[in-house]
Design a protein around this ligand. Structure first.
Ligand SMILES: [Zn+2]
Length: 450
């Protein structure tokens, strides 16, 4: 019997560092340049690798951020494949710098059974470019009447940890109360689409003098803030975590701030479009600007930016909502709600938060990666870019500027409000668990998985 002289596998002993990558000179979370090294899917000590054997990439001038995590995306599969699929959605995600995407439950059929969440989970594994975490429905069929079997969804192979009826508000207070109690028992979170339906019948834009001028039905700010206030009280009573989707108004910011001051376990998100765009765009009657909740007023945009900067709003989430062209070609009042956002989110955040001095890049890493991962209980993002952490990495050229064009979007739909708009920052390279997913701004072809 012979004794092996060298250990050549990753099982025991000193693992062989095959395929080591060394990145030199990138601004670490936007700060001082620091070398980064990746081997076997994790960040390793750059001073401990064989530099001659490593693939070296000069990253000077680029900002190194952790892979982005989107807590709120609509990937449309199953049932909406004409507008997006899991595979096309993760291409858009990767191109935008995302390595993990939470997929909303308003598919057809609804993600209210283990079969559907496991299907989405499996499609994500097959697509391979990013981690796909299915969100489970709160109520059966998103009908707001009976609770879905949340325990079954949490215990499924898709390990659901976020529940949402997004697209619909869980309007019934008793149902919301029981959902929060179940979520608390499961260690999960309820992500509420806060919209009192009785205040928003037929609403298609922000309720304001402009809505009256344009002859469009308004969506009052109180319809959002009132539900958030109610749910904060219910979450406190249940000892549960509440997450507020797409906060869009000054009033909601103030409710969230008060709830946090009271010690309630509430977190909140803002979308990129609500950080940059206002209702004035609706003057065009172009349905690209139709979204729910609607684009609001200047004072709301200012309040949302300040709230994201001071931590009242915890994260940026895209609410990526692809639609086939027909759905947006109708008259404004009849067109579908929603905008794609995965590929423009980082640029919009750079424009609205970084270039305004409200947030530094370490702050961007927090609101677009660390914090959303923590809310969604996705492991591997709590020590961004640190040795031993999974190598989820984005290299951004912050000095580049680009005009957003439909032809360059990697998702299946192009209903972006930013077409023709110049945005700062270009995502050049992305690694997901040490595997290249974006190279020089293009999607890396993935090897077929066994
Ligand atoms: Zn929503």
């Amino acid at each position: 019997m012979t004794t092996p002289q060298t250990v050549s596998t990753t099982h025991g002993g000193t693992p062989t560092r095959t395929g080591t990558t060394l990145l030199t000179g990138a601004a670490f979370l936007g700060g001082e340049p620091r070398d980064l090294a990746i081997a076997d899917g994790v960040f390793v000590d750059p001073s401990a690798i064989d530099r001659d054997a490593a693939e070296v990439l000069d990253a000077s001038g680029l900002v190194a951020l952790p892979g982005l995590v989107d807590l709120h995306a609509h990937l449309r599969q199953p049932g909406g494949e004409q507008s997006e699929t899991v595979a096309s959605g993760v291409r858009a995600a990767a191109a935008g710098g995302y390595t993990c995407v939470f997929a909303m439950a308003n598919t057809t059929p609804v993600a209210d059974t283990p079969a559907v969440v496991e299907q989405v989970h499996r499609l994500g594994l097959e697509a391979g470019l990013a981690t796909v975490r299915p969100i489970g429905a709160v109520s059966v069929g998103l009908a707001g009447e009976r609770l879905a079997d949340m325990g079954m969804l949490a215990g499924s192979a898709a390990r659901v940890s976020v529940f949402s009826d997004d697209g619909h508000c869980v309007a019934d207070a008793e149902l919301m109360r029981r959902a929060l109690e179940h979520a608390a028992a499961l260690g999960a979170v309820i992500a509420q689409h806060a919209q009192d339906p009785s205040l928003t019948r037929g609403s298609v834009m922000h309720e304001s003098p402009l809505a009256a001028e344009l002859g469009l039905t308004g969506w009052p700010s109180a319809a959002e803030a009132a539900i958030v206030a109610r749910d904060a009280m219910l979450a406190e009573a249940a000892g549960a975590r509440l997450h507020v989707c797409h906060v869009s108004t000054l009033e909601t910011v103030e409710v969230v701030r008060a709830a946090k001051a009271r010690g309630i376990a509430i977190t909140a998100e803002v979308t990129p479009h609500h950080l940059l765009l206002t209702e004035e765009l609706v003057r065009s009657y172009d349905a690209r600007y139709k979204v729910n909740p609607p684009l609001r007023a200047d004072r709301d945009v200012r309040a949302l930016r300040e709230a994201l900067a001071d931590g009242t709003i915890d994260i940026v989430a895209t609410d990526h909502a692809p639609h086939a062209p027909e759905a947006k070609q109708a008259a404004f009042a009849d067109a579908a709600f929603g905008m794609v956002g995965l590929e423009t989110a980082l640029g919009v955040v750079q424009e609205s938060m970084v270039e305004t001095g409200l947030l530094d890049w370490a702050g961007v890493a927090r609101v677009m990666s660390t914090a959303p991962a923590a809310i969604g209980r996705e492991p591997g993002y709590d020590a961004p870019l640190e040795i031993g952490s999974p190598a989820h990495l984005v290299l951004v050229d912050p000095a580049a500027r680009r005009i957003v064009e439909a032809a360059s979007l990697k998702g299946r739909s192009t209903n972006s409000p930013f077409l023709g708009v110049e945005l700062p920052g270009t995502v050049l390279h992305v690694w997901h668990g040490g595997r290249r997913t974006v190279v020089d701004g293009e999607i890396a072809e993935m090897p077929v998985q066994a």
